[in-house]
Design a protein around this ligand. Sequence first.
Ligand code: 5GP
Length: 191
Amino acid sequence: MKKGLLIILSGPSGVGKGTIRRYIMEKFNFPLSYSISMTTRPQREKEVEGVDYYFVSNEEFQRNIDANNFLEWEEFVGNRYGTPKDKVEELRNQGKNVLLEIEVNGAGEVMSKIDDDRVISFFLMPPSIDALESRIRRRKTESEEIIQQRLNKGKKEMTMTAQYDYVILNDDVARASQEIVDLIKAKARKK
Ligand code: 5GP
């Protein structure tokens, strides 16, 4: 059996990675498993434990680092986020395609660690900085200080796109999703 693809989706906070992921999983007939990360960030109102993230304390996150349970982990604007290692490998070994939605440093780490060629990576680009800022603000989940930190981090991330296979403009959810799915399908067909 062919190993499942590892699909990396990155892009600045607020660009719409989650929206694109949900759209792809709902509208396309393409089998995809989402890798649920662990985070120390406080849960947002609409988020569901074990669906959006595993929300844990700093102590629990540290225990998972010490036990070598992460494929990668990073600090992002004051909180820590990590990809559970065993789950990703288990799913891929069952032939399932696994999607990671992670920031740029973690993405770089995963790409350097995974030694098979069934990996495809995307950086989702906002149409403009203004569009990014208004999306973060519309979410109404962060304080002004955190919004500024996320925007600054996002601007830095947008200079680090060279490590990705594809940069996708998120000008329209349906169009960008279609572009991503077409590229994933082409990759999946390769030996
Ligand atoms: P948010 O707090 O907006 O949910 O996530 C902040 C950033 O962390 C986003 O860019 C998100 O994609 C990224 N992220 C989520 N999970 C992980 C993870 O497991 N590892 C890394 N490196 N980044 C993650």
